[in-house]
Design a protein around this ligand. Structure first.
Ligand SMILES: [Zn+2]
Length: 55
């Protein structure tokens, strides 16, 4: 399990890629964690969407 250090002053950082289910939003400058991963249910395996239902 990964551990992240949360910055006390996120306003002073430059946010990089937005947080996803598994990846945090990191500062582009110092890699501080600005937002933790939004992860919903780690016990559930990711199920790929079925594009065949569309159309
Ligand atoms: Zn920073």
């Amino acid at each position: 399990m990964k551990e992240y250090t949360r910055s006390p002053l996120p306003e002073s950082h430059t946010p990089g890629d937005p947080a996803t289910c598994t990846d945090p939003c990191l500062c582009e400058i110092c890699s501080a964690v600005l937002e933790f991963p939004t992860g919903h249910d780690y016990e559930t395996e990711t199920v790929p969407p079925t594009y065949t239902d569309f159309g």
